[in-house]
Ligand binder design. Structure first.
Ligand code: BYE
Ligand code: ZN
Length: 541
């Protein structure tokens, strides 16, 4: 055994106790680097280390080992601005940092590979993070002055071994592979058991791959009798579903699987509420197709970002629901092609009605309209009339809204990974907002929210009030979707408490400061305003 001798140094940085372990034969530069990262200091910041007597001591490999009672104190002094232009200075700093970080990680990995035989998860994770950060810097055009920007639309650059960019749009190969699989599988019979399971909110999307999901969507159109009623040709439906699949992007949350979940919940609600007896087939066709198309070509950045960053979409739609308008426009782009127009055999009048219905439903998924739509629904609820077109329109909007945000009505094993995906997408957005100097949407800020804190507020103030109103019209939904949401609220409330206890146990003093910084009640209000959930403040985004 050649276990290397080490020494442990105890110190505090910003009042936070830390300890560092060095091998006795490491270099002074290693020691300095370690203190620099412990202090989260930049390459131009100055570090000062004090001993118990208050004397400044040299940060080197000769540093005297100490114990927790004779802690050193580490202080960071910002280097401030010097005469160099800020851009060049920062660019140099960032560029240098990133490459050196990558080099150091590679060295570390090599060393560990020799000793341990495989790359440990922690190194892999660090590499991924550095990789992700580089990727972000490289993809932001506004930050081209850093000298890292890569125009991916040209796509002539060779990816480095460190650079595994996953494109936003699906590649041709990816699509063709899935299309072939889908066509092969669509010949097979889907069992009655699966067809019944598909009608329930307990359906687990994670068990099915994309080609299978396309078959399941085809089953929905078949089992609602749309094929026969609207004379839809099988090849046209398959081409339509393929185009839809193709135009959902590779992003963490608003992807093809989300499209499926929303559609499947809509389908489930139709069967649970026996809607076929209450509304006509065209309304159901509108609702199912709206669900299928409702997030087409989402890029992972919400309307607030589109507007603040003045994107092409915000300009095109004058800041009015840019995303939802776009999803809808892409839907009709697909439907304009005769090979994928599932409505190609309906009358002109019927097409007009379907188009108007789909536009209404997809535009209703903009959460800034949440209170407006829910209030309208509440006001007609006591006299709800299934023969009144206006009433039916509001119900259709409520049903797509419910389906759209219904993950928490599903079993925990299905719902929780969806929350992780959503937070991943939100964090990506806030990272870019920080990089671009745009207002950071508070509920997307990884420094401000946690899984349970975001979810308890959302379930209490958004999800339950919406679901409860729908269950007023369809009492059977109380047990089918309201109860699971209540359970989810209990689950996240417990998780929130456990997290608070854990923090308290770890660092009682530090915790007091943190709670003061991020008041729980405040963050809930922030979320509602910023997500536009407060109808009285439609333009807080
Ligand atoms: C919403 C708007 C846009 C995109 F951070 C997604 F707390 C959503 F606000 N959805 N859809 C499902 C959700 C959920 N938002 C939240 N929880 C969900 O389960 C809350 C968010 C994590 C946050 Cl509303
Ligand atoms: Zn959606």
């Amino acid at each position: 055994m050649n276990k290397m001798a080490t020494k442990i140094i105890y110190f505090t940085v910003n009042g936070r106790p830390e300890q560092a372990e060095f091998s006795v034969n490491c270099s002074s530069q290693d020691v300095k680097d370690l203190f620099r990262s412990a202090a989260e200091a930049g390459p131009h910041d100055i570090l000062k280390l004090y001993n118990r007597k208050g004397n400044i001591i040299n940060i080197s490999s000769n540093l005297e080992p100490n114990n927790p009672n004779s802690c050193y104190k580490l202080e960071v002094v910002a280097s401030g601005c010097n005469s160099e232009p800020l851009g060049v200075e920062l660019a140099g700093a960032l560029g240098f940092d990133l490459s050196s970080m990558e080099k150091r990680l590679q060295c570390l990995e090599k060393k560990i590979l020799i000793e341990a035989g495989n790359t440990p998860a922690v190194i892999y994770e660090m590499k991924k993070q550095v990789d992700l950060f580089r990727e972000k810097l490289e993809s932001v055009e506004h930050l081209s002055w850093l000298g890292l920007f890569k125009d991916l639309s040209e796509s002539t650059h060779k990816p480095s071994p460190f650079y595994h960019k996953r494109a936003l749009h699906k590649t041709k190969d990816e699509c063709e592979h899935v299309r072939e699989k889908f066509l092969q599988m669509s010949c097979l019979e889907v069992s009655e058991e699966v067809r019944q399971y598909l009608k329930t909110p307990t359906f687990d999307n994670w068990q099915w791959e994309d080609a299978e999901i396309m078959v399941l969507l085809q089953v929905m159109y078949t089992d609602l009798d749309f094929i026969a009623t609207y004379n839809i040709e099988t090849e046209v439906l398959q081409q339509f579903l393929f185009e839809v699949y193709r135009r959902y992007n590779n992003i963490p949350f608003h992807n093809f699987k989300h499209c499926f979940c929303v559609t499947q919940m809509m389908y489930g609600l139709m069967w649970l509420t026996d809607l076929r007896r209450k509304m006509d087939s065209t309304d159901l066709l509108i609702m199912l197709t709206s669900a299928v198309c409702h997030d087409l070509d989402h890029t992972g950045y919400n309307n607030a970002y589109q507007i603040n960053a003045r994107t092409e979409l915000a300009l095109r739609y004058n800041d009015i629901s840019p995303l939802e308008n776009h999803h809808c426009a892409v839907a009709f782009e697909i439907l304009e092609k005769k090979e994928s127009n599932i409505f190609k055999n309906v009358t002109l009048d019927q097409y007009k009605r379907i188009r108007e219905g789909i536009i209404k439903c997809i535009l209703a998924t903009d959460m800034t309209r949440h209170n407006e739509i829910l209030s309208k629904f509440k006001s007609i609820l006591s006299l709800f009339d299934f023969d009144n077109k206006e009433h039916k329109d509001v119900l259709m909007m409520i049903l797509i809204k419910v389906s759209d945000i219904s993950n928490e009505a599903r079993p925990m094993e299905v719902a929780e990974p969806w929350l992780d995906c959503l937070l991943q997408e939100f964090y990506n957005q806030s990272d870019i907002e920080k990089l671009e100097g745009l207002p950071v949407t508070p509920f997307m800020d990884r420094d401000k929210i946690t899984k349970p804190s975001s979810q308890t507020g959302f379930i209490r103030f958004v999800l339950l009030p919406l679901f409860i109103e729908l269950a007023n019209l369809f009492p059977c939904l109380e047990q089918q979707i309201v109860d699971p949401v209540r359970k989810a609220l209990d689950y996240y409330t417990e998780m929130e408490k456990a997290l608070a206890r854990e923090k308290q146990d770890r660092a009682p003093c530090e915790n007091a400061v943190k709670i003061k910084d991020i008041p729980v009640a405040q963050s809930t209000t922030d979320k509602r305003q910023s997500s536009g959930l407060d109808a009285s403040k439609p333009d807080t985004q």
